[in-house]
Design a protein around this ligand. Structure first.
Ligand code: SAH
Length: 233
């Protein structure tokens, strides 16, 4: 089954952008996923194809019109999830990405200006997703991030060499540090265990590094990890 990504945006020229390169680019050539951009401007109102208007209640900036957005969504809507990229949405997680990668695709709505009229999100039952606690100038980079994370998990995209099994967030732990040649770089040596060839010791070392890094950098993930461990008898 091909994963179909449809993007509703005022800037279709931003796509595929980075998704045309490397893993995602190759996967698209192999028809593992497809990309379709819809220009919201095509559904704009009047001679100037207006897509936004001033906010009711006053305040700065412009709001994207519900009638325009709804017509754009209606031109592509099907049984795929409709996701609106918004800074106040549910934070994107690896687990959501994994679930998306097992489905038939997504429809992504990219905002500009102050964002969307709330009514169209409600009427279309859009899922709101944020890529982090900061404000971008538009949803396009957020859509690229969501798609990049999803596409690399599609069957056939990553080879064994790029396996996702041991990565940060796959387990609820952050990843252990990596080292490659040279074994001595400007007097900085590679941790000895990694050169030992002792497979079990290496696994234990990596595990303990992952635990320490998670505990110190991300107490929130660590607490979650501890809570999910089976209780000791
Ligand atoms: N007024 C809004 C910000 C609008 S930013 C607010 O304060 O919440 C313009 C657009 O950029 C948004 O409509 C959204 O589509 C996108 N955007 C900005 N930050 C984002 C984030 N962290 N995650 C996902 N999309 C974001």
């Amino acid at each position: 089954m091909m994963f179909r990504a449809t993007i509703l945006t005022l800037f279709p020229e931003m796509f595929p952008g980075p998704l045309g390169c490397s893993l995602a680019g190759r996967a698209r050539e192999q028809a593992i996923w497809s990309l379709n951009c819809v220009n919201i401007r095509d559904f704009g109102q009047g001679r100037h194809r207006a897509v936004d208007d001033t906010p009711f209640g006053g305040g700065a900036g412009m709001v994207m019109r519900p009638d325009v957005l709804d017509a754009a969504i209606g031109s592509v809507a099907d049984d795929r999830p409709l996701i609106a990229l918004t800074p106040r949405g549910t934070p994107l997680t690896q687990s959501r990405v994994k679930t998306l990668s097992t489905g038939g695709g997504v429809i992504l709505l990219c905002g500009r200006y102050e964002g969307f009229d709330q009514r169209v999100l409600d009427a279309r039952n859009a899922e709101e997703i944020s890529i982090g606690d900061y404000v971008l100038s538009g949803g396009e980079i957020a859509a690229l991030a969501l798609l990049d994370a999803t596409i690399r998990l599609l069957p056939g995209v990553m080879g064994a060499a790029e396996s996702a099994d041991e990565e940060s967030f796959s387990a609820p732990l952050l990843e252990y540090p990596h080292y490659t040649r040279p074994a001595d770089w400007n007097g900085h040596a590679v941790p000895e265990t990694l050169l030992s060839g002792h497979h079990q010791a290496i696994t234990a070392w990596r595990r303990s590094q992952a635990e320490t890094i998670t505990r110190t950098r991300r107490p929130d993930l660590w607490a979650h990890h501890i809570a999910s461990q089976p209780a000791r008898p």
